[in-house]
Design a protein around this ligand. Structure first.
Ligand code: LLP
Length: 419
């Protein structure tokens, strides 16, 4: 099963809950998540890699709602974080620190200090100045800190340019010569235990080849390091597994494991993975209501109450999200729509030239595969309160994040006396 959204008598359900009932109860737009889909996707990976007992650190940037994080942590996941705010969330859901890994090119002193004090498993380090900075702070705190070095393997993951991270000209990771030097000079960092290699080449990668190519390079490199007597304990293979948005045929977790595991046969690393989209993507939808149908000479616009501030992926990457009507109307004609939000930008669209059953004001639609990088990238642009988030489990549902209010919008703002 790819996900737990399906039709019963032409009405859209999430698990055993009719989505319309939630819309009536709480209004629109809102994100809706299936507990079951989240858990099953985590378990698919856990099962596929069972023979190496991996640590699967959900990449929280994809979806950092506390209810989701708690769900995954309870099922044995760790968390991949990239900021102090994400560390705060990880602590809120009582993620054991020994299951937290911290990546990102721009960690601040305060963030590093908080993470060290929390006792996270390791830092994924992306530059030499960052290494020195962690060394200095660890020294100040009299702690010895685990460090993995993020290798930039210079491979093209064959994905959208904005989400490709493993090419040499991106800001991510260190080239292998530099990583090698760091291992040779590890004694310059008395408060760091340089004990791991990290690699993440990009996101929404649907074919196995880029992974295999990158991991082969890493393997050769590891062999070289080990020949010189360097010890590598943690091997973090990142995230990046692609999912189905429209007609992609991404590798399954099992297929992925079958390609990857033989490469590392006989190696005794602690394997870490950092999937985000694979676990969250198909586990959530964005539900929105049609406000107006506007027919012009050029186009039919379906203007809805969700916009690019709620789901920015189409505007930012030209991403495709399937549109599911909450109620299918058997034999009605299809029309072609640009499905657009209320925001004052021509980039504010969720779908272009999409053939859909004829839409009318008040119709409800769901944007599929919006569980990853949906709410987490949403904003308050145009002073729009961010959407509510709802979690379904079986026949139960609960609002796991209230819709923002106008007061939330101005929290922390003040007007100086002198204006
Ligand atoms: N690890 C690192 C170091 C990452 O930078 C990322 C994602 C992940 C893991 C998780 O990648 P995933 O398994 O989700 O592919 N906003 C974009 C995606 C940006 C991904 C950023 N890094 C989108 O909406 O497609």
């Amino acid at each position: 099963m790819m996900h737990d959204f399906h039709y019963v008598n032409d009405e859209l359900y999430c698990e055993s809950v009719r989505v319309k009932d939630i819309a009536w109860r709480i209004g629109t737009p809102f994100y809706l998540y299936s507990h079951k889909t989240f858990v099953e996707h985590l378990e698919k990976l856990q099962r596929a890699f069972k023979s190496v007992k991996p640590l699967i650190c959900f990449s929280m940037k994809a979806n950092s709602n506390l209810a989701i994080l708690r769900t995954l942590v309870k099922k044995g996941a760790g968390l991949d974080i990239v900021s102090g705010g994400e560390l705060f969330r990880a602590k809120k859901v009582l993620c054991p620190p020994s299951r937290i890994v911290y990546a990102g090119v721009g960690k601040t002193d305060q963030e590093i200090e908080d993470a060290i004090r929390t006792g996270i498993l390791l830092f994924n380090v992306e530059s030499i100045p960052e290494l020195s900075r962690i060394e200095r702070i660890a020294g100040k705190l009299r702690k010895k800190v685990n460090v993995s070095l993020r290798v930039n393997p210079d491979v093209d993951p064959g994905t959208h340019e904005h989400i490709a991270t493993g090419k040499a000209e991106t800001k991510f990771g260190l080239d292998m010569d530099t990583v090698h030097l760091v291992f040779m000079r590890a004694d310059q960092y008395p408060h760091l235990l340089i004990c791991g290699i990290h690699v993440h080449i990009g996101s929404q990668i649907v074919r196995g080849e880029p992974f295999v190519k990158a991991f082969r390079k890493i393997l050769l490199f590891l062999t070289h390091l080990e020949k010189e007597g360097h010890k590598v304990e943690f091997l973090n293979l990142g995230g990046g597994l692609g999912i189905i948005y429209s007609d992609e045929r991404p590798q399954t977790a099992d297929e992925f494991a079958k390609q990857i595991l033989p490469l590392f046969k006989g190696k005794k690393y602690t394997f870490i993975f950092e999937p985000g989209r694979f676990i969250a993507g198909n586990s959530g939808v964005l539900v929105s209501r049609v406000l107006y149908i506007k027919e012009t000479q050029a186009k039919n616009f379906a203007i809805i109450d969700g916009g690019m501030n709620d789901l920015i992926r189409p505007a930012l990457y030209g991403s495709f999200h399937d549109i599911w009507p909450l109620k299918k109307k058997g034999l009605t004609r299809k029309s072609t729509y640009d499905v657009v939000g209320p925001i004052c930008e021509s980039g504010d669209f969720l779908a272009k030239n999409r053939a859909l059953q004829e839409l009318h004001p008040n119709d409800l639609v769901a944007f599929a595969s919006a569980g990853a990088y949906g709410f987490s990238m949403s904003s308050n642009y145009n002073a729009r309160p961010r959407a509510a988030e709802v979690l379904v489990r079986g026949s139960k549902f609960e609002v796991v994040r209230e819709r923002e209010t106008y007061l939330d919008l101005i929290r922390g703002e003040r007007i100086p006396r002198w204006v």
